[in-house]
Write a protein that binds this ligand. Structure first.
Ligand code: HEC
Length: 140
């Protein structure tokens, strides 16, 4: 009896783990797609910051080469909005006028295309950031 019970519990746990983990895996930064990017209501804390941390933090936090060269630090909302040592990269409400979008869309010279020396962000990831800026680049 005990072992059959243990087996049943084991199977239920495995199933629960599968059900719980599978949807969470869909949301890994860099892989989340169309669903969120196209819809209004992008969150800085839940959508944008995890994406920036995943794709940019290696170089854009204190000690990183991108931070050392440009001063752009993606650690928090305030540092992202502050921009580089030359000024803001984001103009709330206007993604087309935001330098950050031009760098991510590769509408700039190769040496400042971001992420530097890496694959371009997916359209989906870029649209997520674009929508967030369009919606006012809020600390939400
Ligand atoms: C492999 C390292 C690396 C990664 C990853 C990286 N960057 Fe950079 N970034 C740099 C370097 C180096 C510079 C300085 C470029 C220069 O001015 O020559 C820079 C500069 C910048 C600048 C300022 C450009 C300017 O006008 O001076 C911005 C904004 C920026 N990066 C955003 C990002 C974003 C957003 C990401 C993630 C999607 C990212 N970077 C990923 C290395 C990186």
């Amino acid at each position: 009896m005990t072992s059959r019970f243990t087996l049943a519990v084991g199977a239920a746990t495995a199933l629960a783990t599968l059900l719980f983990v599978a949807p969470a895996m869909d949301l890994l930064p860099g892989e989340a797609c169309a669903a969120q990017a196209a819809k209004p209501g992008v969150s800085f804390a839940e959508d944008v910051l995890p994406l920036l941390k995943f794709k940019c933090s290696k170089c854009h936090q204190p000690d990183g080469e991108g931070y050392e060269k440009s001063g752009f630090d993606i650690s928090s909302y305030d540092t992202v909005m502050k921009g580089t040592k030359f000024g803001a990269m984001i103009i709330a409400g206007d993604p087309d006028a935001s330098s950050l979008m031009r760098m991510l869309d590769w509408g700039v010279s190769p040496d400042i295309r971001m992420p530097h020396g890496k694959k371009q962000l997916s359209t989906c990831d870029r649209d997520l950031i674009r929508t967030w800026i369009f919606e006012g680049a809020k600390d939400n």
